[in-house]
Design a protein around this ligand. Structure first.
Ligand code: SF4
Ligand code: SF4
Length: 446
């Protein structure tokens, strides 16, 4: 059937191999503490948190170690009981250094954690929003946007529908899938908080057809008083992008340069929702998260609840890495950035670590030979935003950034990588667009 006539999906897109079988059936396991945990004060979009501990201080697992510095900021919590060794700059995923709190866990530090002041389900919307900010919750799907900010739509906007995003279309990752199966009740509790905080009247859980058992579980366990429906979309990448979910499931399009609030909706990742449901009733903050560690570069693949701040190197070492790892992605291979320094930490936005060997990436640098554009238009047919990646790629090479933004809608690109995936010339289009978007933001700020 042509996509044009197909229900519950979007037009264009690609079908990369799902590669989820290795970890999909592996239950979430607790990850051990590394010798040093590095907690960046900026793991989210917005202002860095403000440290409230000093070097040499003892901290207890779950204790607030940094407070929000303004509305566009969230708290940080100690991932282990131990000693604050240093507060200093540490390398981050973007290559820039980020002020971070280094914690040395005590050898006897346990996974136990004390409860704090709970947030009641009867609390006011503002109280729930503050509790979410103080719990340090951000979008766990990868965006790391402060969740409490999303819950407060701009003045004059009314929200009617809450989407819970359980699509997880990125190859290799099974984090959200395991959370849906193992934390089903937490997801429902999280939805109760979110409905109350946003004033929305219904929630739609969006899932892809390769996770039918999760959809069935939600349907069979949903409490009668909860206005939740479950919608299943065909498997296609990037079905999990929120704009694709809105257009596929309710036929509403976010306007170019607009926000979901412009069409009356809000979208929250399912793992984020589960953490809200798990943490708020216990008055706790987020100091660990579930990630998938997989790919051909590790033998002990799995889904792990891992302390925030765990260095990527330690995470790989614990998973029995092969000798010739050539490329590591923070997240999956379609949207995840490449890790250039294994000493960077797992942050709240890290949904997985995927490791590849030279056999898959085509060389020790992980780069395939790039050929000139042959004008095949495969990238145009793949782009879910109906952009022209080929033309944008030519302009990017010529550094025509303003033209890319003004005439070719560069800023509508959400960096899904579908164009790069289909390009027979191996042109790293999405890398060009990431860089070009940075340049456009720099130019407009100047
Ligand atoms: S141009 Fe952007 S949105 Fe379109 S396919 Fe490429 S990365 Fe995805
Ligand atoms: S897919 Fe690659 S080769 Fe084909 S038009 Fe797009 S950029 Fe050119």
């Amino acid at each position: 059937m042509l996509d044009l006539f197909r229900k519950d999906t979007f037009r264009h897109g690609v079908h990369p191999p799902e590669m989820k079988d290795d970890t999909a059936e592996l239950a979430i396991r607790q990850f051990p503490f590394a010798q040093v945990l590095i907690v960046p004060l900026s793991q989210h979009l917005g202002k860095p948190a403000r440290p409230v501990v000093r070097e040499g201080q003892e901290v207890v697992r779950g204790q607030t170690i940094a407070e929000p510095d303004g509305f566009m900021s969230v708290a940080m919590h100690a991932p282990a009981s131990g000693l604050v060794r240093r507060i200093m700059l540490a390398p981050g995923i973007t290559g820039t250094k980020v002020e971070s709190i280094y914690i040395e866990p005590y050898p006897a530090s346990t996974q136990e954690i004390d409860d704090g002041e709970p947030c009641s389900l009867d609390a006011s919307p503002d109280e729930i929003i503050t509790a979410i900010q103080n719990a340090g919750i951000v979008g766990l799907g990868g965006a790391a946007f402060p969740t409490h900010v999303k819950l407060k739509p701009p003045e004059g906007k009314h929200l009617d529908t809450l989407f819970i995003n359980g699509v997880e279309c990125e190859p290799y990752l099974t984090t959200d899938y395991r959370v849906m199966l193992e934390q089903t009740e937490d997801v429902f509790t999280g939805i109760r908080y979110l409905l109350r905080a946003t004033g929305t009247s219904e929630a739609i859980i969006a899932i892809e057809a390769n996770k039918q058992d999760a959809a069935e579980r939600f349907r069979s366990m949903c409490p009668d008083d909860l206005p939740v429906s479950v919608r299943v979309s065909p498997v296609k990448y990037p079905q999990g992008a929120e704009k694709m979910i809105f257009s596929a499931l309710i036929g509403r399009e976010v306007p170019s340069g607009g926000l979901p609030a412009d069409i009356g909706v809000i979208c929250c990742n399912v793992a984020t929702t589960a953490e809200i449901g798990r943490l708020l009733p216990r008055g706790r903050g987020i100091q660990e998260r579930v990630i998938t560690i997989g790919g051909p570069g590790v033998r002990r693949k799995g889904n792990y609840r891992i302390p925030i701040g765990t260095p990527v190197r330690f995470a790989l070492e614990q998973c029995d890495p092969v000798d010739d790892i050539s490329r590591v992605f923070m997240g999956g291979p379609m949207m995840g950035p490449t890790v250039s320094n294994l000493d960077i930490p797992i942050t709240k936005g890290t949904s997985g670590i995927t490791a590849f060997t030279t056999a898959e990436t085509g060389g020790s640098t992980g780069n395939k030979k790039v050929y000139p554009c042959i004008g095949c238009a495969r990238c145009v047919e793949a782009c879910p935003m109906f952009l022209n990646p080929s033309q944008l790629g030519i302009l990017a090479k010529n550094e025509e950034y303003e033209q890319m933004a003004e005439s070719w809608h560069l800023m509508d690109c959400f960096e899904c990588g579908a164009c790069t995936y289909v390009c027979p010339s191996h042109i790293p289009l999405v890398q060009y667009f990431r860089m070009a978007k940075k340049m456009v933001r720099k130019l407009s700020a100047a």
